[in-house]
Write a protein that binds this ligand. Structure first.
Ligand SMILES: NC(=O)c1ccc[n+]([C@@H]2O[C@H](COP(=O)([O-])OP(=O)(O)OC[C@H]3O[C@@H](n4cnc5c(N)ncnc54)[C@H](O)[C@@H]3O)[C@@H](O)[C@H]2O)c1
Length: 246
């Protein structure tokens, strides 16, 4: 299925986990991909394996780096059709221990980067009839303990998705958000729980069905980004094995 033939896709957080799975899938379905992340070696490996993919190193906590990543996609491939705002970070922290720098950095990566990437990409997406897929989390639609900054940022991504969908509703632009539940990726496997944290509260966000493979979520991201979802706009799609259903 070559549903992204002739399309250019920018994926952030592309060196691992869901981002890497998205790069593989978009490239396999015909896209030329700009894979954006911080780790040169891992990005190059992902790009080699996927094919049709150019690595671009950027720390998206910096707004100029966000603008630079979008410019690189357009300079390299001449157009931009899909922006996947996937980069994110998550540490469990007891709220009263959170420093100002930790709060600011969590918001910069998980929320501000989504805004700056989108702001830079929108003029190009309007030219191509393109779309944005944001990756939030179940923590964007429910509270997650010891995760005030992460949960606030992901709720912000959900709100930003709806705001942009409404602002651009008279244009061809679509803006949607995928909210994964627990995935078997480095974010989940390297997580550390602070001393004194209540495990029962932490496990409240864990699905009874266990962790999903990132490939299953990448399939939904690609569907939303494709013409098959041309009527899907401003949607918040949970992909969480039923966890937030009740
Ligand atoms: N793993 C889960 O259980 C889970 C659940 C819900 C939502 N999510 C979200 O899914 C997305 C992908 O996460 P993942 O699970 O694949 O984990 P991951 O850690 O493998 O991927 C996150 C990527 O974002 C990149 N990143 C972090 N800070 C960055 C920065 N400043 N600049 C550029 N890139 C940066 C990381 O290098 C990494 O490649 C994230 O937005 C995450 O919050 C993950």
């Amino acid at each position: 299925m070559q549903r992204f033939a002739e399309k250019v896709v920018l994926v952030t957080g592309a060196s691992s986990g869901l981002g890497a799975a998205c790069v593989q899938l978009f490239a396999a379905q015909g896209a030329r991909v700009l894979a954006v992340g911080r780790d040169t070696g891992r990005l190059e490996a992902v790009a080699r394996e996927a094919g049709s993919t150019t690595p671009h190193v950027a720390d998206l906590a910096d707004p100029d780096a966000c603008r630079g990543a979008v410019a690189a996609a357009v300079e390299t491939h001449g157009r931009l059709d899909v922006l996947v705002n996937n980069a994110g970070r998550h540490d469990f922290r007891i709220t009263t221990d959170v420093t100002r720098d930790q709060w600011s950095h969590d918001l910069a990566v998980n929320l501000d980067s989504v805004f700056y990437m989108s702001q830079a990409a929108i003029p190009h997406l309007l030219e191509t009839g393109g779309n944005i897929v944001n990756v939030a989390s179940v923590a964007g639609v429910m509270g997650e303990s010891y995760s005030a900054a992460y949960s606030a940022a992901k709720h912000g991504v959900v709100g930003m998705t709806k705001a942009l969908a409404v602002e651009y509703v008279r244009t061809s632009l679509r803006v949607n958000c995928v909210c994964p539940g627990g995935m078997d990726t480095p974010q989940a496997s390297t997580i550390e729980v602070p001393d004194g944290a209540d495990w029962d509260l932490i496990l409240r966000v864990a699905s009874l069905r266990g962790l999903m493979s990132a490939d299953k979520v990448a399939q939904v991201v690609a569907f939303v980004a494709s013409e098959d979802a041309s009527a899907v706009n401003g949607s918040i799609l949970t992909v969480d094995q039923g966890h937030t259903a009740g």
